[in-house]
Write a protein that binds this ligand. Structure first.
Ligand code: PMP
Length: 396
């Protein structure tokens, strides 16, 4: 029976990673995969994480299961990190399940939505993180798109976005990126978030906020401000969070799926469905990542250290955005790259052609995905001149 299977194409980003690994050019640069990198090109373990792991090693007393919702201390701390002292939390309307990464949280959310309203469509930004489409489709939901990034002006198609969202049927889901939009780096401002929130209330769609980069944009508070505003306006929403980037815990697979319901009583019902979804996919989540986050957020000292390390990552990325713009403009390129500085998080589209992307790879061993999305954190003081010279040459 397996012989009847048709081979599927490799994920473009994973395929690019494999090619990069095989490349022997000492000047090669990987701007493809979405992990944070230091000036030295490493993705190190945060010092606060190392300390929390040491603490865990010394204090852990059991390897028994941690329960369907995972580590309850972790879940409560994630709710506070995401929402602050929010009215929805004070009214006991939020329920959270720890999940295996942001991806696991999204898959749990997808199955939860399929149980609540199997007819629901999930509306995603054009473009969006490619895996969104696969994740929701896999749960049998229809995925539709709404305009978002303006490729021509390198900004937002906000009017077009609002016009499409006005047509969304009541009971459908609208997925929003809380901050550091992947792949474009273009975020909504506070006023735009309020307009989306008011529209959600008026039209009756349920927002699903994907927050995979809290603290990578402007600050922990600012990056969740839109999400908090939405939660203050609508009765129901879903939040899928990830600790992969901001805690650097990628391979530990730690994230959370939070459901906000209209009342505490409905929240209990939603929670029973949420937990049954978890039970039918992986039964119970792994403990390690949650313990680390719980330990860090439970200690004033480790939290302060985490804030410091997170700020270092964010400041490096924002500094690199300016460095890239300056380096390209100083080479007299005709294209205006100043938009890179106005965007947030690890990604921006370089807005160069597929032929130019191919030349960068073939002639310079610079690896960029086909959409021209670059991971800004892959640039460093050591490779910026090589990178800018190469880009300036291929776009001339
Ligand atoms: N959402 C978005 C927008 C992302 O970019 C990512 C990671 N690339 C995720 C969710 C999932 O992150 P993870 O599963 O690694 O925690």
């Amino acid at each position: 029976m397996f012989a009847n299977l048709k081979p599927l194409p490799t994920d473009p980003i994973l395929g690019l990673m494999a090619k990069y690994r095989q490349d022997t050019n000492p000047n090669k640069i990987d701007l493809g995969v979405g992990v944070y990198k230091t000036e030295e090109g490493d993705t190190p373990i945060l010092s606060c994480v190392k300390k929390a792991e040491k603490f865990r090693l010394e204090n852990e007393t059991s390897k028994s299961y941690i329960g369907l919702a995972g580590d309850l201390g972790f879940c409560a701390k994630m709710e506070s990190l995401l929402l602050g002292e929010h009215p929805a939390l004070l009214a006991n309307r939020v329920r959270t399940a720890q999940a295996p990464g942001g991806t696991g949280a999204l898959r749990v959310a997808a199955e939860f939505i399929a149980k609540a309203n199997p007819q629901a469509s999930v509306w995603v930004t054009t473009p969006t993180w490619a895996n969104h489409i696969g994740l929701f489709s896999a749960a049998g939901l229809t995925v539709k798109e709404y305009p978002y990034y303006d490729y021509e002006n390198k900004g937002l198609l906000f009017d077009e976005m609002m016009a499409t969202l006005k047509t969304v049927p009541k009971g459908d889901i609208v997925l929003l990126h809380a901050c550091c939009h992947n792949p474009s780096g273009m975020d909504l401002n506070a006023e735009q978030w309020q307009q989306v929130a008011d529209l959600a209330k008026e039209v009756g769609f349920t927002p699903l906020v994907d927050i995979a980069y809290q603290g990578f944009g402007t600050s922990l508070e600012d990056d969740s401000a839109g999400l908090r505003l939405l939660a203050a306006t609508v009765d129901e929403m879903i939040i899928c969070s990830s600790c992969s980037k901001n805690f650097g815990l990628y391979r530990e697979r730690i994230g959370a799926c939070s459901i906000i319901s209209e009342s505490s009583a409905v929240a209990d019902i939603a929670n029973s469905v949420l937990l049954s979804v978890v039970r039918s996919i992986y039964s119970m989540p792994p403990a390690h990542g949650a313990t680390i986050v719980d330990t860090i957020l439970g200690s004033e000292e480790l939290t302060a250290e985490w804030h410091q390390e997170l700020a270092e990552m964010r400041n490096r990325i924002n500094g690199l955005r300016s460095t890239i713009v300056e380096a390209l403009h100083s080479r007299g390129v005709a294209q205006d790259f100043s938009f890179i500085e106005k965007q947030h998080g690890m990604f921006s589209f370089l807005s160069i052609t597929p032929e130019q992307i191919e030349r960068l790879q073939k002639e310079y061993s610079i690896y960029i995905v086909g959409s021209s999305r670059v991971n800004v954190a892959g640039v460093s003081k050591a490779n910026i001149n090589y990178f800018a010279d190469a880009v300036a040459t291929v776009i001339k």
